[in-house]
Write a protein that binds this ligand. Sequence first.
Ligand code: ZN
Ligand code: ZN
Length: 374
Amino acid sequence: MVSRCFWHEEVRPVGQKWPCVPVMQRDELFSSWLIRCALCNACDAVEMARYIWPKRRIWTGDCDLGICSLCLSDLQDRSGISAAAFIRSSLVPICVSMGLKLPPVGITPWVLSLGGRNLRRAGGLQYCPCCFAESPFYRLQWRLAWYTCCPDHGVKLRDSCPHCSAVISPHRLDYRVPNLARCHQCAGLLSAVDVQDAGADEIELIRQANLILQGRSVGLNWPAMPVAEGFSFLKGLFRLVRVLAASPSVAGKRFLAALDVDNASLTPAVNVGLKLECLSNSERSHLLSTVSRILLAGADRFQVAAESAQLCPSIRDAVAGTGQSYLAQLLPQRPHRGYAKTLPASCLSPRSPCSVLKAWLRFERKMLRAEGHW
Ligand SMILES: [Zn+2]
Ligand SMILES: [Zn+2]
């Protein structure tokens, strides 16, 4: 059983001016509480935000990341909940502990991207059907990319409505609904779905990432690292898995087999051009489960496998990112061969239907995210 990571305690309002202020639940996300507060006052979330911040349109962005740019004094006075408690329920503390720059610009590493345009979203919010059946509110950890399942219930998280497939967008709920339990589009109960069991590897990855978040070692001779470095190491492993999945090679298969990773299960992601933070739950869980298996093999086996498989030096360059990361040190260092300058193969022969299809799907997904058609 994975020990739960508690982000913040329950907060009860004191001296509130509004007729109804919900208790901020333990681990509840700021935006989730704000929407529940609007609904229990028979108001929708957009109207409530317009009332508190008349010059801002907070639902077109990510208020859980950008909370520090909001003036919270009015909300604090009316709700009876302190501004400090609101910030604790946002994604700011976790970004700070991961050493990320704030205010966020573009996609924030490890935080799922909401994307979209205006009030529409492309993704980024997940929920556990079992947690929702008990108490419908959004937990802070469901916005983090390494959470693909709920360790408490052992089931996969969902990022769309089980009835109409709409992207989860509780800020668009109608003011007449009493709580967050229903889909904003079809009003179906989000908890009414046949749950899917979580894989052991994805539950394990949550445990490993939470150890890294505490600056601790994941064991098996992997070193303890400062939190920011630990997450860049984890991202490097993700890049390695992605490269090996996208470009299968004999060396790559030999390397993975030496780490007990089933090659057949590692299929290339369809959305090869999207960052981890923009991938759907199923794509992330597929790739991150492999990352978890590699971590479980341990640092010593990793180094031996990388050396004996003779992974191509370009893979090392692809996974290491900028600077000399710990992961780059574990991969064999060989000088690049001095290739004769020739035309790329793609200029000499037509591309395969499969590669054209992949490029098209990537383009289509990017366009949809950009236009917010989801
Ligand atoms: Zn759950
Ligand atoms: Zn729906």
